[in-house]
Design a protein around this ligand. Sequence first.
Ligand code: CUA
Length: 316
Amino acid sequence: MSGMILLQNTAWLPEAASSIAPEVDSLFHFWTLVSAIIFIGVVGAMTFFVVRYRRRRRDEVPEPVQEKKVVELAWIVVPTILVLIVFAWGFRVYIKMYTAPPDAYEILVHGYQWYWEFEYPNGVKTTNELHVPAGQPVKLRMTSADVIHSFYVPAFRVKQDVLPDRYSALWFEATKPGEYTVFCTEYCGTQHAGMLAKVIVHPREEFEQWLESAGIPEDMPLAELGARLYREKACFSCHSIDGSRLVGPSFKGLYGSTRTFEDGTTAVADENYLRESILQPGAKIVQGYPNVMPASYASLSEREVAALIEFIKQQQ
Ligand code: CUA
């Protein structure tokens, strides 16, 4: 919550940037206003009664109070009507919010400890950056590779749990080009609070251009490809390049250093060591670190592995 307030720079509602946001806000404002009026009414009446009917003499005995049907009916009927209004209103907004239009642009979302991966219809994948066109409904089909995460974009007023072994869905239509923050709102482990992503809303034509250019060209130099994979495969969520200690060892100064493993043996971190550690992360565990790197990197291509090694070599 505090992160959201800081980022959006307001203590009230964050910027509204989706087609559903104004409807959610109206409902929220209505209920806040009604609550304020009820609060003032209740506290006001209470204060008035305390003063008006206070005990004045030690031997004072209050007169018996007769019930008033009008008053009793009023406090039953008025709240019932208010609650029904909010129910009907909320139900309408809810249905709209969770029923994607059939022509929505579909993007796959994978939640991992602790990053988000997005896959577009043309095969392009991004990590922690969701690119979408403005003024077009976008449907997210979401699943998790490990634990329960929750996808929340405050500026769009949409939130949905992301579960392993099944799909959940979320849709929105972004109204304003710009950058908005995605929060994970289900506690999913140590880096939960850092599981942030950006939604980048492009004007429509610009989105098409972005999608065209986002594929990885064959002739990209290895080191450049490595830097890109470091971002896109979210290596950064466990391995720093500035020497700071995260879940896994930092890449800074890693190449050529002598590693000490859990069983007390040592090895110099050369190309073959790096290759093995990427493809079979459990083969050698550096002392003081948990064996938690997923085996999913085994699906990297030869060129991608070479690129990552090249990138790690440069972090001296
Ligand atoms: Cu993912 Cu919290």
